[in-house]
Design a protein around this ligand. Structure first.
Ligand SMILES: Nc1nc2c(ncn2[C@@H]2O[C@H](COP(=O)(O)OP(=O)(O)OP(=O)(O)O)[C@@H](O)[C@H]2O)c(=O)[nH]1
Length: 592
């Protein structure tokens, strides 16, 4: 360190920092970085050799405690032209103010060398200033300083050579003066010499030489961009290159008319942009599809023949289509304000919706956890229509409920059941249905301890009617006889056609045997009445066998078999009479 004897005592804090500051100054020296530390009163404390090499005017002058103003005066003494020297004190005052407030690094030129300077406050000490050579400027003084620093001047070209981007320098005639190796690679040039003296368009064309694969669309687009953009200095433009590469060209012109062009490889960026665009397009498409689907769904929901109700996990009715409102007579105002399922239920209860719903079904519908359990039931509405209600829980909570009007289906089912259990000619129940009723009646009678009677009726002398007047007349006779028997039997009695000209009556209850005989004779009498069919005056008779429960049997088959046997006994006894099973005697036609 080249120090003058100190005329002053540094502050205690500055004094204690001195060893560290000297070490720092020494260290920076070894990196070729000049430094000078000032105390809080802007007096020189520590500096290094590089500082003196960069600012040789201070050598042999600067000393510890020297005010920064003295330093500045020497600096300006060398820099200012003779005419400017009068304003030197102003420069010094400005310089001092800057020194105290500088926060950011700045560049300036001194003795032919471009320097980077930084000035930072040192708490409790003062301020440190450091300088580093930036770009050397040719000139004898600069060369001297650089040689004193032991630094070799760096050539502009060599600097650019290490840049990954392509660099192109053009002359005032817009022709290429110099390009770096990255430029040569980017545009597939044979070497950098080939580019010298050419216009950039030549390099661009060279890049595409023998590489056009898409009919030249990209190449032509690139040429057009080039023609448009080369005139605008500073506006970056993008050029497509073969093999899916792209370069972004950024131009800068110096006042002397030279052009400096950076060619940045943006292929990866473009690739990412394309992926992003494709993803955006796909997202837009799926959004459109989703929208279309939900519109379709909405339209379908509204047009459906089935009522649909969707309830959220929070028990709010989120969806109630038009058909559901119609089927259940739900007011639109109620459903539009997104009621809870409980509010809807309360409305329905108040309006008598569940008047025909069995209590156990209703309690299931009402159950709080009704949303979590799949269930279904058929609801007969106050207006007589039958609605099939089906509920299924949906994932994530809530429930989907459908309402189907099954009134017609129910009627059809009933018709089918009727056809299956009734005789088409007489509309009486058929043999199978009669046997079923007989079996259940036997069961009921057993549990209640009551009696009943089975009458088996075979028409006498029916065949000759068929033979003489034809089947159609025979049919009409059978239908008329059935009608007569139905009228004679009481409402609770069941009259059946067992097949051919055989009929049966289930008489329930029968407390006394005479009640059974009474009905049998009334039937016999009714059957025997003359009839007028298609202008024919006809008459038949009947043989009737009676089986009494429980005497003649405890089950349907036995009772029917025994009634049949009694009927045969009546037939054998000469027809037109009644036989009670096991009685063995013909009964008085008029017991009363
Ligand atoms: N028209 C018509 N005839 C039937 C039908 N089913 C059976 N028959 C006829 O009814 C007759 C029954 O025979 P029977 O009971 O032996 O005839 P019947 O003359 O009554 O004889 P008896 O009982 O001994 O007096 C047969 O001729 C059958 O063809 C039907 O649905 N319509």
């Amino acid at each position: 360190m080249d120090q003058q004897p100190p005329p002053f005592e540094p502050s205690a804090a500055a004094a204690s920092a001195l060893p560290v500051l000297r070490a720092v100054a020494e260290t920076l020296d070894s990196l070729g970085i000049g430094t000078c530390v000032f105390d809080e009163a802007d007096r020189a404390l520590v500096w290094n050799r590089t500082f003196l090499k960069l600012f040789p005017e201070h050598a042999a002058h600067i000393h510890v405690g020297e005010p920064y103003q003295a330093n500045l005066r020497r600096f300006y003494q060398n820099r200012l032209a003779a005419g400017e020297l009068a304003a030197m004190e102003r420069y010094v005052a400005d310089g001092l103010a800057r020194h105290r407030n500088q926060q950011r690094p700045f560049a300036f030129e001194h003795l032919g060398v471009r320097l980077w300077a930084a000035s930072l406050p040192l708490p409790k000490v003062g301020r440190i200033r450091i300088w580093q050579v930036r770009t050397p400027i040719a000139g004898p003084q600069g060369a001297q300083i650089l040689s004193a620093l032991g630094t070799t001047p760096i050539q502009d070209d060599a600097l650019f050579e290490h840049v990954a981007d392509g660099v192109m320098v053009t002359g005032t005639d817009d022709r290429i003066d110099w390009v770096n190796q990255s430029f040569v690679l980017m545009y597939d040039l044979p070497d950098r010499e080939a580019a010298r003296g050419q216009q950039f368009e030549w390099a661009y064309r060279a890049a595409w030489q023998g590489q056009i694969t898409d009919g030249g669309v990209l190449f032509e687009a690139g040429l057009a961009t080039l023609a448009d953009s080369m005139g605008f200095v500073g506006a970056p433009f993008e050029l497509p290159l073969p093999r899916d590469r792209w370069s972004r060209v950024i131009a800068q012109r110096s006042p002397d008319g030279k052009g400096y062009f950076a060619h940045v490889d943006i292929s990866a960026l473009k690739h990412q942009q394309r992926l992003l665009q494709a993803a955006e397009r796909r997202a837009r498409e799926s959004e459109a599809i989703l929208k279309e689907k939900s519109t379709l769904l909405e339209a379908t929901l509204q047009r459906m023949e089935q009522g649909v109700l969707m309830v959220s996990a929070e028990r709010v009715v989120e969806v109630c289509n038009r058909r559901a409102r119609e089927l259940l007579d739900l007011p639109q105002e109620l459903m539009e304000r997104r009621p809870t399922v409980d509010e809807v239920f309360a409305y329905q209860e108040a309006s008598g919706e569940f008047a025909h719903t069995p209590p156990q079904t209703l309690s299931l519908v009402r159950a709080v956890d009704g949303l979590h359990v799949p269930h279904g039931y058929d609801r007969k509405r106050p207006n007589g229509r039958v609605i099939e209600v089906r509920s299924v829980p949906v994932e994530g909570g809530g429930m989907l409920r459908t309402y189907t009007d099954i009134t017609e289906r129910r009627l059809a089912e009933e018709r089918i059941r009727h056809v299956a259990s009734h005789d088409g000619l007489t509309s009486l129940v058929n043999r199978e249905a009669f046997l079923e009723s007989l079996a259940s009646t036997a069961q009921t009678a057993r549990s209640l301890g009551v009696g009943f009677a089975v009458h088996f009726i075979d028409i006498d002398r029916f065949k000759p009617i068929n033979d003489s007047f034809g089947h159609a007349v025979g049919d009409k006779v059978l239908a008329l006889l059935a009608e007569r028997m139905r009228r004679i039997a009481r409402d609770g009695d069941l009259v059946a056609r067992m097949g051919g000209d055989e009929f049966a009556v289930l008489q329930y209850p029968v407390e006394q045997r005479d009640r059974a005989l009474g009905l049998a004779y009334r039937l016999l009498e009714g059957i025997s009445q003359a009839m007028e069919i298609e202008s024919h005056s006809l008459q038949v008779g009947a043989s009737i066998g009676i089986a009494l429960y429980p005497e003649a049997g405890g089950d349907a088959d036995t009772l029917l078999r025994n009634a049949d046997a009694a009927m045969y006994a009546a037939k054998a006894a000469g027809r037109d009479c009644v036989q009670v099973y096991d009685s063995g005697t013909e009964l008085d036609p008029d017991p009363d």
